[in-house]
Design a protein around this ligand. Structure first.
Ligand SMILES: [Zn+2]
Ligand SMILES: [Zn+2]
Length: 175
């Protein structure tokens, strides 16, 4: 993804604002996503570059769908991270030496490419824990099935004493 800013820099856009909506391209030597995360669709980026008389401000909204698995029961999960991102766009010059390098996107050949910044920000925004539900009971140590959904180990142990004799009878019939 490359945004051409030559028109903005040459002040040919009356409003001095330039809106766009793009999807993230491939990032060279991309930062690694966590092992359990994959991105099924390109990251969506929309926003604008506004010329504030001397320096340009990039304001975007980032939205990324991801897939992962529940940390407890390994059920597949989908999620979305969505957040705003602001950067100063500059060609260098006075004042920039005092700015935090992380806040700056440098103009190269009349345009900017901030795919890497976006991808790094998405990785930071991804939640560390993933649960299919807050009270997910996880997998049974004995049978490996999800507790409350397929696992019956606990149910056998909690059998009503009055039913025990009936259960023994059933067990005998099985033999
Ligand atoms: Zn779960
Ligand atoms: Zn079980």
């Amino acid at each position: 993804m490359r945004l051409d800013l030559t028109q903005l820099m040459n002040k040919r856009i009356p409003s001095l604002s330039f809106g766009f909506s793009l999807t993230l391209g491939d990032v060279e030597d991309a930062p690694q996503l966590p092992d359990d995360i994959s991105l099924p669709a390109p990251i969506q980026v929309s926003g604008s570059v506004i010329d504030n008389d001397g320096y340009m401000a990039l304001r975007v909204h980032v939205s990324a769908d991801y897939t992962t698995v529940c940390d407890r029961c390994l059920a597949p999960l989908k999620g979305t991270v969505s957040f705003p991102l602001k950067r100063i766009v500059t060609t260098g010059g006075a004042g920039t030496e005092n700015m935090d390098e992380d806040d700056i996107v440098w103009v190269k050949d009349g345009g900017i490419n901030f795919d890497r910044e976006i991808l790094e920000a998405v990785i930071l925004e991804l939640p560390v824990y993933h649960l299919c539900s807050d009270d997910c009971p996880g997998l049974c140590d004995t049978c490996g099935k999800k507790i409350g959904d397929g696992c019956t180990c606990g149910e056998k142990k909690e059998i009503d004493p009055r039913m025990e004799i009936f259960q023994k009878l059933l067990d005998k019939m099985d033999k």
